[in-house]
Design a protein around this ligand. Structure first.
Ligand code: GCU
Length: 612
C-alpha cells in the first residue's frame, strides 16, 4: 500500500485512526505515538483554543481548552522534533483570530477554480467523492497549525454545488463534517445568493418575506445535519454572481437577511467585498477598479448585524504580486472584517514557480490596522495530488498560513525554517540554502514578472506567463496605459483620486513621489520612462534591470535546487517544475523588456540583449 503523504508531519504516525472522536483523544494519540516521553493533558473548557505548556516533575503538561490541548500537543511535538526549545509557562498562547479559515474553490464536478494541485479533494461528477483517510490527514495538517474552518466549495457556486444545503446532500455533508470535527475543524459552505429562485420563489430580494422564510427554513435543516457548521460564505454582485443590487437593495440588506437565518444556530455570514465593474469600457477613464470596494462598502459601516463578517482581499485589485493594503480596512471601524489572502498561486506562478508567501504577508500585517480585522481566510492551494499542494514547496504556504493566522507577528523566516526542518532531513548548510531560496523566491518572481507595482501584464484568464497588452483593451478594469513616453495610472487626487481613500499617513505616503516606495510607484503614479527613481536609475532602466535580475536569480535558484538532497519524489518534482519556471522567467524577461524597448526606443545601459 502506498504511504500517505504527511507533508510537514513525517514525525507522526502514518495514519491517525478513524475512531478518535474528540480533539483531546487525538492529542493523546499523537503524543503517545510521537513524543517519546510521557506528556500530561489538562482540559479547561473555558480556555477554548488557547493553551500553555509547563514542565512539572520533569514531565510536560499541556493545559488548554478542548481544542487548545490539541494545538498545544502539535506545537510541543513540532518543537521537540525540530530541536527547538519548548516555550514553557502559564501565559496562554491564544490565536489572534477566532476564525482561521481555508476557502477551497472546489466545484462539484471535480475541478478546482484556480487549482494547481489536481482535482477536487471532495467532489467528482457532481457528487461527493473523497478518500476519508486523506481528508482526515488534511484535518490533521490543519489542526497542526491551528486552522479551524474549511469552506469546501467554490465561491462561484456552479450547478449542482448549490445542493450542498439541500436535503438530498445533507447526510453526506454530515459525514464529511464528522471527519473534520475531532480535529477542531468546522465546515463552511459557499451559497448561491439566488438559491430561493430555484424553488419557485420568483425573487431573491432580501426584503421579501418569502425569501427570508426560505433561508430561515433551509438554514435550520442544514444545522440539523451539521450543528457546528461555521456558517455561509457569499460572493454576491461580483463577476456575474447574483446579489441584492438586482432588487435595488444594498449589501447590508443582503448580508443581514442571511445572517438572521444563521443567528439562531450560532453561524457566521461571511460576505465578500470583491465587488467591481467587470464590464468596464477600457476607454472609460473615470472608473478606477481599485476604488470599487471602498465605494460599495465604506458608507455601509455600522449597518451590518453582529454575525456578519465582511471579507476583504488584501489588496484592492486581486492577489497581485504587490499591492498596497486595501483602503477599505481603514474605513469600517464599526464592522467585523476578515482579511482574505490567496494560497493558490493564481498570479504567483501556478505552483510551478516557487513563491513562498510569508514575507509578503509580513508587509500586509505591517500596514493593516491592528484591531480592525477579526478573522482571516485564505483561498486554498489544495487538490488531489499526493502531496496536496502540487509543488512540494507550496506546502510551506499552507503551513505558514496557519502559524500566521495564529500569530500575525510571527517571523516569516522562522515559519519557513520550521517547515523545512519538519519536512526534510537536510544538514544545516542545505537547510539554510533552502530557507534562503524560499525567502527570496517572492522577490525574484516579482522582478521577472511585475516589478514596481506594475501588475496585469499576464496572460488573460489563465494568468500564467507574460502578455503585456492582454488586459489593455479588456473589460476588467486592469490597465497600464503604456505609450512611447510613460506607463501607469495617476491615482492621486490629480488623477483618479484613489489615494484619497486612504487615511493618513498612507494618503500622503503614496500620493507623493518623494515618499511612495519604488516598489509601488507604478501602482500609484504615471511615470515617464526617464523618471529618475530613488536609487538614481531611470524608470525604464529599472524595468530592464529588474527583469534581467529576476531571470538571473531564477537560474541561480535552479543551481541551488540541484544541490539539495531532497527525498524522492520531491526532488524530481521540484526539478521538473524548475525547468518550467526557468522557461517562464526567460519569457517574462524578454517579452516585457522588448515591449518597453519597442515603445520607448531606450537602449539598455548595460548593452544586454533586448529584441528589436
Ligand atoms: C479572481 C479569480 C476568479 C475568482 C475571483 C474571486 O478574479 O480569477 O477565478 O472567482 O477572483 O475571488 O471571486
Amino acid at each position: 500500500m502506498k504511504q500517505p503523504c504527511l507533508t510537514w508531519l513525517p514525525f507522526l504516525c502514518a495514519e491517525a485512526p478513524a475512531d478518535l472522536k474528540t480533539p483531546q483523544q487525538i492529542a493523546r494519540f499523537e503524543l503517545d505515538q510521537a513524543s517519546g516521553e510521557p506528556v500530561g493533558l489538562c482540559v479547561r473548557p473555558e480556555m477554548g483554543d488557547s493553551f500553555w505548556i509547563e514542565k512539572k516533575e520533569g514531565q510536560f503538561l499541556i493545559t488548554g481548552g478542548e481544542t487548545g490541548v490539541l494545538y498545544g500537543a502539535y506545537r510541543l511535538l513540532m518543537a521537540l522534533h525540530a530541536g527547538y526549545p519548548v516555550r514553557l509557562g502559564t501565559q496562554p498562547s491564544a490565536p489572534c483570530y477566532d476564525l482561521r479559515m481555508i476557502n477551497c474553490w472546489d466545484n462539484a464536478e471535480g475541478t478546482v477554480e484556480r487549482g494547481y494541485s489536481g482535482r477536487s479533494l471532495f467532489f467528482e461528477n457532481g457528487w461527493f467523492d473523497y478518500d476519508a483517510s486523506r481528508i482526515r490527514q488534511l484535518a490533521r495538517m490543519m489542526a497542526s497549525v491551528g486552522l479551524n474552518v474549511i469552506c469546501i466549495n467554490n465561491v462561484n457556486v456552479h450547478d449542482p454545488a448549490h445542493k450542498l444545503i439541500e436535503e438530498e446532500w445533507l447526510p453526506e455533508l454530515a459525514k464529511l463534517a464528522a471527519i473534520f470535527r475531532p480535529y477542531g475543524v468546522k465546515l463552511m459552505l459557499s451559497i448561491d445568493y439566488a438559491h430561493p429562485m430555484r424553488h419557485g420563489i420568483p425573487t431573491a430580494d432580501p426584503l421579501d418575506e418569502r425569501v427570508q422564510q426560505w433561508w430561515m427554513q433551509q438554514t435550520e435543516k442544514v444545522y440539523h445535519a451539521v450543528p457546528d457548521l461555521a456558517g455561509f460564505l457569499v460572493k454576491a454582485d461580483s463577476e456575474h454572481r447574483p446579489g441584492p443590487f438586482t432588487y435595488g437593495r444594498d449589501h447590508a440588506d443582503g448580508a443581514n437577511m442571511l445572517a438572521r437565518a444563521l443567528k439562531p444556530h450560532g453561524g457566521k455570514l461571511i460576505w465578500r467585498c470583491f465587488v467591481y465593474n467587470c464590464m468596464q469600457d477600457w476607454r472609460d477613464t473615470t472608473t478606477d477598479r481599485p476604488m470599487a470596494a471602498y465605494i460599495h462598502y465604506a458608507h455601509l459601516d455600522g449597518r451590518f448585524d453582529d454575525n456578519v463578517i465582511l471579507q476583504i482581499k488584501n489588496g484592492p485589485f486581486d492577489f497581485q504580486v504587490r499591492e498596497p493594503v486595501s483602503p477599505l480596512f481603514y474605513a469600517m471601524p464599526n464592522t467585523n472584517l476578515a482579511l482574505e489572502i490567496q494560497l493558490a498561486q493564481e498570479y504567483t506562478g501556478h505552483q510551478i514557480d516557487i513563491y513562498a508567501m510569508p514575507p509578503m504577508w509580513k508587509e500586509i500585517f505591517r500596514d493593516l490596522p491592528p484591531k480592525q480585522v477579526m478573522a482571516i481566510a485564505a483561498v486554498g492551494n489544495l487538490g488531489r495530488d499526493d502531496n496536496y499542494t502540487g509543488h512540494p514547496f507550496a506546502a510551506v504556504n499552507l503551513f505558514s498560513y496557519g502559524l500566521t493566522a495564529w500569530d500575525p507577528g510571527c517571523d516569516p523566516e522562522e515559519c519557513i525554517r520550521l517547515w523545512v526542518k519538519l519536512t526534510y532531513q537536510l544538514d544545516e548548510q542545505q537547510q539554510e540554502m533552502l530557507v534562503a531560496l524560499l525567502m527570496n523566491s517572492r522577490s525574484t518572481y516579482e522582478k521577472y514578472t511585475a516589478p514596481l507595482g506594475l501588475n496585469w501584464m499576464v496572460t488573460t484568464h489563465e494568468h500564467y506567463g507574460p502578455s503585456p497588452s492582454g488586459y489593455e483593451y479588456a473589460p476588467w478594469g486592469t490597465y497600464h496605459k503604456a505609450n512611447r513616453d510613460a506607463v501607469g495610472i495617476d491615482r492621486t487626487k490629480n488623477g483618479t483620486g484613489y489615494t484619497e481613500q486612504y487615511p493618513e499617513p498612507f494618503r500622503s505616503l503614496y500620493a507623493s513621489l518623494d515618499t511612495c516606495p519604488d516598489k509601488l510607484k507604478l501602482f500609484f503614479h504615471r511615470l515617464r520612462y526617464d523618471y529618475v527613481m530613488a536609487d538614481g536609475r531611470t524608470l525604464v532602466q529599472r524595468i530592464y534591470d529588474d527583469h534581467f535580475e529576476g531571470y538571473e536569480e531564477t537560474q541561480a535558484m535552479a543551481q541551488t535546487l540541484s544541490q539539495l538532497d531532497l527525498p524522492s519524489p520531491d526532488r524530481e518534482m521540484a526539478q521538473e517544475r524548475m525547468q518550467r519556471q526557468l522557461k517562464n522567467a526567460h519569457e517574462w524577461c524578454d517579452i516585457i523588456n522588448t515591449f518597453f524597448y519597442r515603445l520607448s526606443g531606450v537602449k539598455d545601459a548595460n548593452g544586454r540583449t533586448i529584441y528589436e
